[in-house]
Design a protein around this ligand. Structure first.
Ligand code: ZN
Length: 203
């Protein structure tokens, strides 16, 4: 039994023809590489691990993530968490896009533990994504769980598929936003959010 375990551990994962690693090995062949050369021997296995991490958001139970972190608090001041770094994968090219998200909401009795917001962002970013959808999913989830007076999310990102291929515009960024409730209907609320997001950091 003990020996069997050792053997399983030593077997390259590509031995399972249905594994991601096995398919990665085939991809290497198809681009004209030699998967047997030294630097590439473990690459299919590493690529599988990386891909599983980059898509681990599918496994996150968002409800569970948030449960236990909701608090009742009489407060009608805007809450803003800005400059939340994220790394995601574009579903059209399987290339990274990354940047920052700024999240704001206007509570109505319920608030959420602040550290949960970046974790919520990761849960949606670690999937095959569109920047527009990522922005919207974060806003929509907060709207559903907090039922606040409004939610605003702004996402600034740069896409490898634009920087490295095609148009090769290295410095162009993409901006998306989702404004719900008061953030959509009241200009003052939206302006307050935007001014907090753009305020220079003072600490
Ligand atoms: Zn893309």
């Amino acid at each position: 039994m003990k020996n069997n375990k050792a053997v399983v551990k030593m077997m390259p994962p590509q031995a399972d023809p249905d594994s991601i690693a096995a398919h990665m090995q085939r991809v290497l062949e198809l681009i004209g590489e030699d998967p047997k050369r030294e630097g590439l021997v473990r690459t299919p296995e590493r690529a599988e691990k990386a891909l599983r991490f980059l898509t681990s958001g599918y496994e996150v139970d968002v409800e569970k993530l948030i449960n236990g972190a909701l608090f009742t608090h009489e407060c009608d001041e805007m809450v803003v968490v800005r400059d939340i770094e994220f790394f995601s994968t574009c579903e059209h090219h399987l290339l990274p896009f990354f940047g920052k998200l700024h999240v704001g909401y206007l509570p109505d009795k319920k608030v959420i533990g602040l550290s949960k917001i970046p974790r919520l962002v990761d849960a949606f970013a670690r999937r095959l994504q569109l920047q527009e959808r990522l922005t919207h999913q974060v806003a929509q989830t907060l709207q559903e769980v907090l039922q606040p007076k409004g939610v605003g999310v702004i996402c600034e990102a740069r896409h490898f598929c634009m920087m490295m291929r095609g148009v090769e515009k290295q410095h162009s960024g993409t901006l998306t936003s989702a404004m719900l409730g008061a953030f959509r209907s009241r200009k003052e609320t939206r302006d307050e959010f935007l001014s907090l997001v753009h305020k220079p950091q003072s600490y």
